[in-house]
Design a protein around this ligand. Structure first.
Ligand code: PMP
Length: 316
């Protein structure tokens, strides 16, 4: 993974502490059983305005609270309070560059015993400088994973559950170690779900398709944002429906989206080129618009961004 710095601070045990002090025991429940939930947000540095903008933090924190409730983890803060904690953390770090933010709520009791009840909960948050997440963002080469996506009746994919990322790790490493950049993964019914940690869009004859929330996908914040941007700004028809594996083979364009990957074109699946084999025009427009939005350069979507630093008020 490229361009990754190290956090200097963490929110831990209710306060901001030097990162080295934010440690847990090997007996910690979540470390042993995957009983945690997490989020991943990005902060974008806008040099002209000298401002750090976090992309849709309230949506991320609401999803974190929802994931936590699936796992009987109580987060003692509202989404707005979590955003305050985040702002304090980022101001303490003093970032003047793009960064990645990781909130993590977890079962913290030091004990042996698989269960969710009668185990204490904890919350931590940290952030680090961060660049791109996958190589070949302009034209990724993917395969179909031999793994299946976690099922809603096994570990719900709509929760961002620590243990479920063993599934993502299997998917990702088997793809990368076989020479691909990423993998697409099918659900138990054989429909396309997403990549190891990103949602998918497929373009056919000018219409954009993406799997619906009930197809065992994470309900991605970037996915939701792109649906709005493509419909309202690019004037495209966007349809949420099941996608067959072979629709990828005959698609004109395919792209991934998510906080980590941002918007990344897929131009080859195994030995088949997708469309013309290079990034297509809809992917490119969506990507350009997305990057302008997250940097605060599109007035209409400024309210998707939360500024971290206080700005001086102009005198009346
Ligand atoms: N799917 C999975 C499995 C993920 O881990 C992520 C990254 N959080 C996404 C999709 C994209 O979600 P988001 O746009 O909220 O980052």
């Amino acid at each position: 993974m490229a361009d990754q710095g190290r956090p200097r601070f963490a929110f831990f045990d209710g306060q901001i502490v030097p990162f080295e002090q934010a440690t847990v025991s090997v007996l910690t429940h979540s470390f042993n059983y995957g009983t945690g939930v997490f989020g991943g947000l990005r902060g974008y540095w806008n040099d002209d305005e000298e401002q750090l903008y976090v992309f849709r933090p309230l949506d991320h924190f609401e999803r974190l609270i929802q994931s936590a409730s699936l796992m009987r983890i109580r987060i003692p803060y509202s989404a707005a309070e979590l955003n305050e904690i985040l702002n304090n953390l980022l101001r303490t770090e003093g970032f003047r560059q793009n960064c990645y933010i990781r909130p993590l709520a977890y079962k913290s009791t030091e004990m042996i015993g698989v269960r969710l009840h009668d185990v204490a909960d904890a919350l931590t948050m940290f952030a680090m400088p961060f660049g791109s997440y996958i190589v070949n963002e302009d034209g990724a080469h993917v395969c179909f994973s031999a793994w299946r996506r976690v099922d809603d009746n096994a570990i719900p994919a709509r929760g961002k559950i620590v243990g479920a990322y063993a599934n993502s790790a299997l998917i990702k490493s088997d793809a990368v170690l076989s020479g691909y950049d990423e993998a697409l993964v099918l659900n138990q019914e054989g429909h396309v779900t997403e990549a190891s940690a990103a949602n998918i869009f497929v373009v056919r004859r000018g219409v954009v398709y993406t799997p619906p929330p009930q197809a065992d996908v994470l309900e991605g914040i970037v996915r939701r944002a792109l649906i709005t941007l493509m419909r309202d700004d690019l004037g495209l028809e966007v349809v949420e429906r099941d996608i067959d594996r072979t629709e990828i083979y005959v698609a004109d364009e395919v792209f991934l989206c998510g906080t980590g990957v941002q918007v990344a074109a897929i131009t080859r699946v195994e030995h088949r080129p997708i469309g013309s084999g290079v990034m297509g025009p809809i992917t490119e427009s969506a990507r350009n618009l997305f990057f302008r939005v997250v940097q605060g350069r599109v007035a209409q979507y400024r309210d998707w961004l939360s500024p971290v630093y206080e700005t001086e008020q102009m005198p009346e």
